[in-house]
Design a protein around this ligand. Structure first.
Ligand SMILES: NC(=O)c1ccc[n+]([C@@H]2O[C@H](COP(=O)([O-])OP(=O)(O)OC[C@H]3O[C@@H](n4cnc5c(N)ncnc54)[C@H](OP(=O)(O)O)[C@@H]3O)[C@@H](O)[C@H]2O)c1
Length: 375
């Protein structure tokens, strides 16, 4: 099959190559384990005999030794796949965990289940949305879905469903479960027009919070206002706290939802009231050490990532997020964050647009021509 493969480190346009690769093989998946960087696979079996990759494999193998093999996978014939900032940061080598080379890029897909282990056999022949992990990412005709795997909600297009799960589930985890956003609270969302940010704006608003969305330009301000943000603040590339105060005054906020970090996250923390929560759920602006004096302000720093829990806990969390967000979607209180559909050929340019902050919400890729509009 032809897939978008990364072998080196660099900007997506330089390192993404459309290559003929073998389809993922269900026999190869038996007994394999997952960590936050994907399937723990021997790089030699993927044709990479670099000693650094072998050392990475040994480290990862030791770290997952106590875990059971991952048995919640499905093999998918891909209709539509989503792109996101991790497609850029994994390629650059700046993702928080090192992703073994070579790998197929892409973290989310909609498609038909063509094979599954017994626990998921009831899904064979069904159209599902699934998360995908490297090396068998979603930018390929066939990929491996891992939890969450859900049937596409009735009436939702494949293009919308392909951009649903990661933003909505991560947003729910960050804002609701970890951040505890409650009705009446004032909540700042950084990177608010991005994929994850667009979901968090809506989730915080659905919880009854007053949302202050921080974005880079006026078009993104219009985007977040349409999603339910009470206020949109254009940061102008400078001090986020100063930009918010200049527009809205000095009243403190209860929560900062932060998928950006870099200079923005630490700046936005100064907007928090005592007992305020800084929920760190991404690193679009880069990872930074955290000021050890943070305790002097009685702030809580909260980490939020979808991973690291046992499979049973993850399953329960996945169902809670999916049921809640799909119910909000049916009530018109949440809309999927897909804004653009591009062709399979356009993957490198689309990744460059994400890297250059020119996109809003999610960009999805029609892997099977004509599939994006199917509901
Ligand atoms: N914790 C988890 O489980 C989880 C799950 C999904 C994603 N994430 C992480 O969340 C972050 C956002 O992902 P995403 O897919 O939503 O990204 P995205 O769609 O590209 O949005 C990121 C937003 O961050 C802002 N930003 C500020 N500084 C930036 C910089 N230096 N480079 C790029 N963007 C910058 C941009 O907004 P302006 O241009 O408007 O400032 C952009 O709209 C990533 O770090 C991703 O890895 C984490």
């Amino acid at each position: 099959m032809q897939a978008w493969v990364v072998r080196g480190d660099g900007e997506p346009a330089a390192v993404l190559a459309r290559e003929a690769v073998a389809e993922p093989d269900p026999d190869r998946l038996a007994g394999l384990k997952l960590d936050l960087a994907g399937w723990v696979t021997d790089p030699a079996l993927l044709g990479n005999d670099d000693p650094e990759e072998a050392a990475l494999f040994a480290t990862r193998t030791a770290a997952v030794a106590a875990r059971p093999p991952y048995e919640d996978w499905v093999l998918l014939r891909v209709d539509v796949a989503a792109l996101a900032l991790p497609d850029v940061t994994m390629a650059r080598g700046t993702y928080p965990v090192r992703v073994a080379r070579p790998y197929i890029t892409g973290q989310e897909a909609v498609g038909e289940v063509i094979d599954a282990p017994p626990a998921k056999a009831h899904l064979v022949g069904r159209r599902v949305v699934a998360v995908t992990m490297q090396p068998w990412g979603s930018l390929a005709p066939v990929c491996v879905g891992v939890g969450p795997v859900f049937e596409v909600p009735d009436g939702m297009t494949a293009a919308d469903a392909a951009g649903l799960v990661i933003p909505a589930h991560t947003g729910y985890h960050a804002a609701v479960r970890r951040g505890g956003v409650a009705a009446g609270e004032r909540v700042v969302v950084l990177g608010a027009a991005g994929g994850l940010g667009s979901a968090m704006v809506q989730i915080a608003a659905a919880r009854g919070a007053e949302v202050i969305a921080v974005v880079g330009d006026d078009a993104k301000a219009a985007h977040v206002t349409a999603l339910g943000a009470r206020h949109a603040v254009v940061h102008g590339g400078g001090d986020v706290a100063a930009a918010v105060r200049a527009q809205l005054g000095v009243a403190p906020v209860d929560v900062v939802l932060d998928p950006v970090q870099g200079d923005m996250g630490p700046s936005a923390r100064w907007l928090l009231a005592p007992d305020g929560r800084w929920v760190v759920c991404g690193h679009a602006g880069g990872l930074r050490p955290i000021d050890p004096h943070f305790y002097m302000q009685n702030h809580t720093i909260v980490g939020a990532t979808l991973g690291g829990y046992t499979r049973d806990v993850m399953r329960a969390m996945e169902h809670e997020a999916q049921d809640t967000v799909v119910a909000w979607w049916r009530e018109g209180r949440f809309r999927p964050v897909t804004t653009e559909v591009v062709s399979f050929d356009a993957v490198p340019e689309a990744c460059t647009a994400i890297a250059e902050r020119r996109t809003r919400g999610r960009v999805v890729v029609e892997v099977t021509p004509g599939a994006a509009g199917q509901a």
